[in-house]
Design a protein around this ligand. Structure first.
Ligand SMILES: [Zn+2]
Ligand SMILES: [Zn+2]
Length: 319
């Protein structure tokens, strides 16, 4: 579907999740540029083929693929697509490094995630289930060499348009948005979504606090004059500034709720997540809820509003 002149929005249903991922095909003067490429599943090939056929173009007309971040639903098809198109591939320098992990150490990555969940109080019987679930995500990836490693502030020419690379770490450490100062269009990846609050992963919990990074990145894009944002999931964002404010407010609220949930004896992040989300969530959602809780509690510790203690290798939070 052509959403603005020369920009096509392609829906790829995700079989392993309830939602779809959206790719954007941009027509330049000659070749085509694709923003994100979907998971390595047949449905991605079908969706792309259909869009190309509609505009009388073929796979070999795609000469640039830009990836907003290394998650499987955005990056996964890149290897196959590179073979089909021979296009130049581009993503943030950090993402190119993280995507290498898909090839070299998938086990190590998953062990790390499971270890973190255990440390934060999630029972063993659950962490045992998460590992194979994460394995499914890994299977929908066919990696490729990244030709162009992007940095914040880089400019990319697509036909006569120029796009600015804005590094927005948080949802993932390598996340970038693409901004066109002329049309005021922002390709927001998973940084800004209309219907869901972007998830801040537990796997990114190394170095700086990802939630803190996310909020900073959100305030950063707020400074740009954005008329419309095209996200990786859900509807087009017609009031980006309003949506940014909503998400900022949501996190303020969450911080307050989490801080209130830590009362009496020290609590693990898992216990706090059950207080907020209840016991009934499916296992994978339980894990996502735990990840989000850890982020907020860690930020509360950083702000001096909570303390963190370690007992028998389990992390507890207290007032
Ligand atoms: Zn993502
Ligand atoms: Zn996504």
């Amino acid at each position: 579907m052509e959403i603005i002149e020369g920009v096509h929005r392609i829906e790829v249903p995700l079989q392993f999740m309830v939602m779809s991922v959206y790719l954007y095909l941009l027509e330049g003067d000659g070749g085509l540029t694709l923003v994100d490429c979907g998971p390595n599943l047949e449905v991605t090939y079908d969706s792309l083929s259909r869009c190309l056929a509609n505009i009388n173009r073929k796979f070999s007309d795609i000469d640039l693929i830009i990836i907003t971040h290394y998650h499987a639903d955005h990056y996964g098809y890149i290897g196959e697509l590179k073979r089909l198109t021979n296009a130049e591939t581009a993503m943030h320098r950090i993402g190119a490094g993280l995507a290498e992990g898909y090839r070299s150490n998938p086990e190590e990555y998953m062990d790390g995630v499971v270890q973190l969940a255990t440390q934060h109080g999630m029972p063993r019987e659950y962490t045992e289930i998460i590992k194979p679930l994460l394995g499914i995500l890994r299977r929908v990836v066919s990696p490729a060499r990244i030709d162009r490693r992007l940095e914040d502030g880089d400019e990319i020419s697509i036909g006569s348009s120029r796009y600015l690379v804005i590094w927005t770490p948080g949802h993932s450490p390598d996340h970038i948005c693409l901004y066109n100062p002329e049309t005021k269009v922002l390709f927001s990846g998973d940084h800004l979504l209309q219907e869901i609050t972007p998830h801040i992963g537990i796997d990114a919990l190394k170095g700086i606090n990802p939630l803190k990074g996310y909020l900073k990145s959100l305030r950063r894009i707020k400074e740009y004059d954005i008329a419309v944002a095209f996200p990786g999931h859900g509807p087009i964002i017609k009031d980006p500034q309003g949506r940014i404010d909503e998400i900022l407010h949501h996190h303020d609220e969450r911080m307050r709720l989490m801080s209130e949930a830590v009362t009496g004896s020290p609590k693990t992040a898992y216990e706090v997540s059950l207080k907020i989300w209840g016991e009934e969530l499916p296992i994978f959602e339980k894990h996502l809820a735990l990840a989000e809780t850890v982020q907020h509690l860690e930020l509360l510790v950083e702000e001096g509003r909570l303390q963190k203690i370690l007992r028998n290798s389990i992390v507890y939070f207290k007032k």
